[in-house]
Design a protein around this ligand. Structure first.
Ligand SMILES: O=C(O)CCC(=O)C(=O)O
Length: 266
């Protein structure tokens, strides 16, 4: 369970079991994911789109480049061919706190990980027409040891449709070892596309088998991934290595704990 200091941080951030209703909790427990529609208010979604697009513009061909630990599907430069990616959004706008400190999201992470945790990475992803297919994978690479170690959330800035490369998942695989499919194009008989309207957030036990799909019609499917890990594991984006002083100045103690910058204090 949580250390007393971490529980205090959760209380300060208004994280509580009541954020998930019984059916959301049941889906997360049984299927390994749950879609929360209308979670992003319209104006926040618009501001996020504006911010994300301005970062894409500013970073140009360097967008997404970052040394990341243990990334799935990324090349040596932290980029994914055919996908627009951004890394390290913690440093790229106060607005992203609305995501990584969201009380409902943190309540789901707390429910699944059941011990102190921290943000592992905060990235954005979009895929262009004809691209985006990923082999089925789990974000946790080791065998299932009766505990969960990682949690992901996918914030939909655009609709996820069958044709623009929405994510696919294999429900209820979160208590299995990661998939060992030999052919990257293998289709799992039980895989499902997750179709959902913009403004939704997909809360996902990141042990679940999942993968991006090909964007067939070229419509935008911009998402933000807020990914967490239990506190004993390294972060995908090390905040100690990357956090800028100007970001630090605007963080309160609770945010620093969620970013893994402070061990929680009494
Ligand atoms: O954006 C998505 O649809 C999922 C991406 C994903 O699973 C990954 O990049 O590992």
């Amino acid at each position: 369970m949580f250390s007393a200091p971490f529980q205090k941080v959760l209380n300060e951030l208004k994280v509580s079991a009541t954020h998930l209703n019984d059916s959301e909790r049941k889906e997360l427990d049984e299927k390994g994911f749950v879609v929360i529609p209308d979670h992003l208010p319209h104006s926040l979604r618009e501001q996020l789109i504006e911010t994300v697009e301005s970062i894409f513009l500013e970073e140009g061909p360097a967008a997404g480049i970052q040394q990341q630990n243990d990334s799935v599907n990324l090349n040596q430069f932290g980029q994914e061919p055919g996908a627009r990616r951004l890394s390290d959004l913690v440093n790229k706008g106060e607005i992203f706190k609305e995501i990584y400190l969201d009380p409902k999201l943190l309540s789901a992470v707390a429910h699944v990980l059941q011990r102190d945790f921290k943000l592992s990475s905060l990235n954005a992803r979009d895929v262009s027409k004809g691209n985006g297919y990923q082999r089925l994978h789990a974000d946790w690479k080791q065998d299932y040891d009766q505990r969960f170690h990682v949690f992901n959330s996918i914030w939909l800035l655009d609709d996820f449709t069958e044709d623009n490369g929405c994510i696919r998942v294999v429900p209820s695989t979160h208590q299995l070892n990661p998939p060992e499919l030999t052919d990257p194009n293998d289709i799992h008989p039980e895989e499902q596309s997750v179709v959902a309207p913009k403004g939704s957030v997909i809360l996902m036990n990141a042990h679940l088998w999942h993968g991006g799909q090909k964007n067939l019609n070229g419509q935008s499917r911009r998402v933000i991934h807020a990914y967490y890990t239990a506190s004993e594991h390294p972060q995908q984006t090390s905040q100690f290595d990357h956090l800028k002083y100007k970001t630090w100045l605007n963080l309160d103690e609770s945010a620093k704990v969620i970013l893994g910058l402070e061990t929680s204090k009494n």
